[in-house]
Design a protein around this ligand. Structure first.
Ligand SMILES: N[C@@H](CCC(=O)N[C@@H](CS)C(=O)NCC(=O)O)C(=O)O
Length: 276
């Protein structure tokens, strides 16, 4: 299925389209921005074999089109959404040191957490193959026109050779064995989160929370082997549960057909923040 119907009010204009791959960490960031801002939008899942033709701009997802105007690149898209829709919940304060701090946290997500997802989540040995097939299943189900069977089969061997993935894998290589490297990254995130309840001690989520959320939630949700390691960290589970209400809406971050696991509720120590 390539497109999903717009959500929310049918009277809202101009129309907003997110061009995405269902499992792209960058596109999922922007999907979260749109849900958080409660903007009505539709999602066009691009076919990677025809990305240049399907995208209104460039060759990478995410792209957001608002009316006749398109922008690429997840963080600049977030800033643009705040400019274009100042009355919707803001992703960042307008100015000041807190804005800079939140942008620095988003840069950490871009430079550390997202490259880490590409290195850690496929796992090792047989998991790499099985997780690669899970990815190609989701890509094939969602992408406009699907993927041919031979490509679906070869996906686990092809993805690590794609140039942008190769460069992210090189960026993520910290010399540690995979499991240790993943644990270290979780620890870094939890240090950033501190006492919370959201990043930078804010009482509501902001751009870097929304950027980080899919990096923990997506792989768990589609049933990746090893994706459930996220549950080993109660503070992370509590933060994910606090984030949940802010990411409700249509189209959902994870297409329902692809969902294999629900994220758990908060641990006994945690509490869920009200949506709003
Ligand atoms: N800096 C960009 C990175 C976007 C990106 O790397 N997108 C990947 C999907 S996760 C892509 O479309 N790659 C296709 C390609 O590079 O040919 C952002 O933050 O949006």
């Amino acid at each position: 299925m390539a497109t999903q119907p717009p959500s929310g009010s049918a009277t809202a204009a101009p129309s907003i389209t997110l061009y995405s791959y269902a499992m792209s960490p960058y596109a999922a960031k922007v999907h979260g921005f749109l849900l958080f801002k409660r903007l009505p939008f539709r999602c066009h899942y691009v076919n990677p074999l025809r990305a240049r033709r399907e995208l209104p701009l460039g060759r990478q997802v995410p792209v957001v089109r608002i009316g006749d105007e398109s922008r690429a690149d997840s963080t600049p898209i977030g800033l643009w959404l705040d400019e274009r829709f100042p009355d919707a919940p803001r992703l960042l304060p307008r100015e000041g040191p807190e804005r800079e701090r939140l942008l620095a946290l988003d840069a950490w997500v871009t430079q550390r957490l997202i490259p880490g997802s590409f290195r850690h989540y496929p796992g090792e040995g047989v998991d790499r193959i099985l997780n690669g097939w899970k990815l190609s299943r989701v890509m094939s189900h969602t992408a406009n026109g699907g993927l041919p069977w031979p490509l679906r089969f070869a996906w686990p061997w092809i993805v690590p050779r794609v140039p942008f993935v190769r460069s992210l894998l090189a960026q993520a290589d910290d010399g540690l064995p995979l499991r240790e490297s993943k644990r270290a990254l979780y620890a870094e995130f939890l240090a950033h989160l501190g006492e919370g309840p959201f990043l930078a001690g804010r009482s509501t989520p902001s751009l870097p929370d929304l950027a980080a959320y899919p990096q923990f939630a997506l792989f768990h949700a589609i049933g990746f082997r090893g994706g459930d390691e996220v549950l080993e960290h109660p503070a992370l589970v509590d933060w994910l549960a606090r984030m949940g209400p802010y990411l409700e809406g249509e189209p959902p971050l994870i297409p329902p057909r692809e969902r294999r696991r629900a994220l758990p509720g908060p641990t006994a120590a945690g509490s869920v923040a009200p949506a709003g």
